[in-house]
Design a protein around this ligand. Structure first.
Ligand code: SF4
Length: 337
């Protein structure tokens, strides 16, 4: 794995306007992604984790420019994606592909698998039908299917096989980065492991870089080199996978981890229950947005937004509980008075 970032994201924001009344007047914004910065090195896997509605899938879609960013920089392979024209972005998409949660919904039911897999090649200008068919056969085998499957339709496959087809489709253009949005959440646990193993093998074979989005820290652990935890549109903790699982610093990460089942019944952890629901993203709490559910809430938490601050090399957290963080945040509070 290299230490050169393939993707660098700075202060990324995606706000959706909230409209009301007959004239559709904008009365506020849902800050789905709110000032998020991170990087992914070539050949590594960054897991992005959080509850539904935390902004992780929106982040993935903004990176692909399936949704336009409100603000921020997205540098991919030396290019600033946010400033590319639609045509330039279309060409760049051959290097960034997505794998979706529900392979059935993302595969056209009226097309054969062969046609579905040929489509990205046509879009990206491979005009020779023989060359396309050869590639389809090759990639069906790479993902563990057979060449005769090219003549079948999506409904003739199991969920796990359909996800293999989704992965084959993403690979057809030889991408550098794959954004996988909950790729195994809809699958049985036994099939999940097979698909995760396949993704890991493909990563080695093709030197792929992954962003792996999931709500389940247990799944992400298996595949990620580093993990970023999101809550209400912000990154609240980023660390190497091992550090995050051994020594989570943010109370939200601790609660998510305590909910991951442990296979050995003698080593069961005490589960930390987070009270209440995720707040309305159109009207997020002041200060630390987690304060309405945090068992360690202090006075400062309702007033000052904690900044993502590095605690040890590569391990950053946005929480007033951590050394240096409170001092920084008090200075920020004093500066704003
Ligand atoms: Fe809890 Fe305060 Fe830390 Fe937020 S900043 S996670 S409310 S202790």
């Amino acid at each position: 794995m290299s230490t050169t970032p393939l993707l660098k994201v700075e202060n990324l924001k995606k706000y959706f306007p909230v409209k009301k009344g007959m004239f559709g007047k904008t009365v506020g914004y849902v800050k789905a992604v709110d000032d998020v910065s991170f990087f992914v090195n070539e050949g590594e896997t960054l897991g992005i984790v959080g509850e539904s509605g935390c902004g992780k899938s929106t982040t993935g879609r903004v990176l692909m420019r399936l949704l336009e960013p409100t603000d921020g920089e997205i540098e991919f392979d030396g290019k600033n994606l946010a400033s590319l024209s639609q045509e330039e972005m279309r060409k760049t998409r051959r290097d960034i592909q997505m794998v979706f949660q529900d392979p059935y919904a993302s595969l056209n039911p009226r097309h054969t698998i062969g046609k579905i897999l040929e489509e990205p090649l046509i879009v990206h200008g491979i005009s020779d039908p023989q060359e396309r068919k050869k590639k389809v056969r090759e990639f069906l085998e790479i993902v563990g299917l057979n060449e005769y499957h090219a003549k079948r339709y999506p409904h003739q496959f199991s969920g796990g096989q359909r996800q293999r087809i989704g992965i084959a489709r993403a690979l057809m253009t030889n991408p550098k980065l794959i954004i996988a949005d909950e790729p195994v959440s809809a699958l049985d646990v036994s099939i999940q492991a097979q698909v995760l193993n396949l993704m890991q093998d493909l990563q080695k074979e093709f030197n792929l870089t992954y962003i792996f989005i999931a709500h389940d820290l247990g799944v992400v652990r298996h595949i990620s080199d580093r993990v970023a935890v999101m809550y209400l549109g912000k990154m609240v903790e980023v660390a190497d996978s091992e550090q995050l699982y051994e020594k989570p610093l943010h109370p939200y990460t601790q609660a998510l981890l305590s909910a991951v089942p442990v296979p050995d019944p003698d080593f069961q952890k005490e589960q930390i229950i987070i009270e209440g629901d995720i707040p309305n993203p159109a009207d997020p709490p002041t200060g630390c947005t987690f304060h309405t559910r945090c068992p360690f809430k202090m006075d400062i938490c309702t007033k000052v937004t904690p900044q993502l601050t590095e605690q040890t090399t590569g391990h950053s957290v946005a929480c007033h509980l951590h050394v240096g963080q409170v001092d920084n945040d008090i200075k920020q509070l004093e500066g704003s008075l």
